[in-house]
Design a binder for this molecule. Structure first.
Ligand code: ASP
Length: 326
């Protein structure tokens, strides 16, 4: 049995393994681990206290995939619910659909008895406002909702800006991109993958990245393995990254070869916006690996023989990046 996670999964990975050891399924383990990340007020990329969209609304995305049946559930741009991973699972188990967004997802959550909650805390609100300060003329903040947002998004979301310590004096630098990834393999050999995120800070309202898109940010197949992504979701959507890795493993590639090939697919992308990408993966034999185009990034895994998770470096594969340059 093994659980693999992005480093911000540290608050949940032990619980995830505890669930597996107690006889829980891979899906139970993924959900349990991710819920703790979603509730972590220190993590501003997932769940409660996640950074909001440009209008100050916290919109969450999540998906879960069962590698045994290839069943999936996903929610996108859902507001007011702390645990989108559980709503995604509930959707998978209750509806013939695989994805709900926005008001539809919120209605489903309410019907299923999920508790509504305020997700924007003072810290995330302050960072959001600070991020807009230098972009807005005096008096514009008060009428933000009436402004044309598209030009603002590009400036607010520039990865260079978002990562600059100078830009946010009180913001902790985030070594890895946000969003949480969990992959678990249980005692029966079933694999499950889960992803949860608040997405890009200052994103355009309604924007979905890779996290709720099966094949892009999340894919699991018991016969071949699983993968999940964090980073600039638009890239993983364009390259079908998570599914690609699993497909490369199906074609006989090792997990390392498959990850490298998927990263090289990202390097083939053109266009003006190319940024960070991180992938965690597991092969069908329970071997983990992770990949990144950010030097120094790491990931976690924990087997049933370990008392604590280990943090290992991701395999670095350079891909070209660009932000609004032709
Ligand atoms: N992949 C997430 C998204 O594009 C963000 C992230 O991982 O930082 O929404």
């Amino acid at each position: 049995m093994i659980v693999v996670a992005s480093t911000n999964g540290n608050v949940g990975i032990r619980e995830s393994m505890r669930v597996l050891k107690a006889g829980g399924s891979a899906m139970d383990a993924v959900e349990a681990g991710i819920r703790l990340v979603e509730s972590n007020p220190e993590d501003h990329s997932v769940g409660f206290s996640g950074y909001p969209n440009i209008l100050g609304q916290v919109e969450l995305d999540a998906s879960i995939m069962d590698g045994n049946t290839l069943s999936t559930g996903a929610v996108g741009a859902i507001r007011g619910y702390e645990h989108p991973i559980s709503i995604a699972r509930k959707l998978m188990e209750s509806l013939p659909h695989v994805m709900l967004v926005s008001e539809g997802a919120e209605r489903f959550a309410a019907e299923m008895g999920f508790e509504k909650t305020e997700l924007l805390d003072d810290y995330a609100r302050t960072v959001w406002k600070q991020g807009l300060d230098s972009l807005l003329a005096p008096g514009e903040f008060e009428k933000l909702d009436q402004l044309t947002l598209w030009r603002l998004i590009e400036a607010a979301s520039d990865p260079e800006r978002v990562n600059s310590d100078l830009y946010f004096a009180n913001r902790k630098p985030e070594k890895d991109a946000g969003t949480v990834n969990f992959i678990a393999m249980d005692g029966k050999g079933d694999i499950c993958t889960g992803v949860s995120t608040s997405g890009w800070a200052w994103k355009f309202p309604g924007r979905l990245g890779d996290s709720p898109v099966i094949g892009a940010g999340n894919y699991a197949h018991n016969k071949y393995g699983a993968a999940a992504c964090t980073g600039m979701g638009e890239m993983a959507v364009r390259a079908s990254t998570a599914r690609s890795i699993v497909l490369y493993m199906k074609m006989g590639k090792t997990i390392e070869e498959a990850g490298e090939m998927a990263m090289m697919d990202l390097d083939e992308l053109g266009g003006r916006y190319l940024s960070r990408m991180n992938i965690i993966a597991l092969d069908r034999y329970g071997k983990p690996a992770a990949f990144t185009n950010m030097e120094g990034a790491s990931y976690l895994y924990m087997t049933d023989e370990m008392d604590d998770p280990v943090e290992k470096p991701r395999i670095f594969i350079e891909t070209h990046t660009t932000w609004n340059e032709n």
